[in-house]
Design a protein around this ligand. Structure first.
Ligand SMILES: [Zn+2]
Length: 230
């Protein structure tokens, strides 16, 4: 068999596809090897190697041209969305049903997302009442693979002194999530950006309190917001 080395369902393949989906954003732009290397914390040489394998599979999962970055193929995108769906359903299940603290669900989901069967996925979704949003505020792709485009912006890009709603928080760092939880910042919470330094250090007011809270750049960058519904 020509593609013996490449198991299209391996965890590593899934993680590459997921990273390309996330980094490409809603526009599905081409992703550079360097951006992937940083995101996955892998040496650039291994990235090139893996992308070549994914592009050469009997059903190619990516379209890859050296120095021009990489894009998901239709099959690659389908698989990436399936893994994201698993991930977000598992996070919701752990949070809602098993009472995991919010900062611990991501790590478990990273492990389990590769292995659950379609049946298990269905049962979780049914048990939870077919949720559309995970505990971090991210959309859960539908069974069909469709994912609504979220039209939020980074907190650091929000207008000053205007009330906005937190739409989602990044799930990638447990420390950040813990800090946000302690500060009362999570999806659905009203927040106002009072001040922003050129380095994106943000001072915010949370909810109806009058207390100012200073958020370092990395924390401010992990929060997405949208205008308040009128
Ligand atoms: Zn997660």
């Amino acid at each position: 068999m020509a593609n013996r080395q490449l198991n299209p369902n391996s965890e590593s393949t899934d993680n590459y596809l997921k990273a390309i989906l996330a980094l490409g954003g809603p526009e599905e732009s081409r992703v550079t090897s360097n951006a992937l290397a940083r995101h996955l914390d892998v040496a650039p040489a291994s990235i090139t190697n893996m992308l070549q394998k994914l592009a050469a599979a009997s059903t190619p999962l990516v379209e890859y041209e050296r120095h021009h970055g990489v894009q998901l193929s239709p099959s690659g995108k389908k698989r990436a969305l399936e893994v994201v769906r698993h991930h977000r359903l598992i996070e919701t299940f752990l949070y809602e049903v098993l009472d995991y603290p919010i900062e611990e669900v991501h790590e478990e989901a990273e492990r389990l997302e590769h292995f659950i069967s379609e049946r298990f996925e269905q049962r979780i979704a049914a048990k939870l009442g077919y949720p559309k949003i995970d505990p971090h505020g991210h959309c859960i792709p539908a069974m069909s693979g469709r994912m609504p485009k979220q039209s939020s912006m980074l907190l650091t890009e929000a207008a000053l002194k205007t009330n906005v709603l937190v739409e989602s928080v990044s799930d990638r760092d447990a420390g950040t999530l813990k800090l946000l939880k302690a500060s009362g910042i999570g999806p659905g919470v009203q927040i106002r950006l009072q001040e922003r330094t050129p380095a994106s250090r943000c001072t915010v007011v949370v909810g109806r309190s009058s207390k100012m809270l200073e958020l370092p750049e990395n924390i401010a960058h992990s929060i997405r917001v949208r205008p308040l519904d009128k």
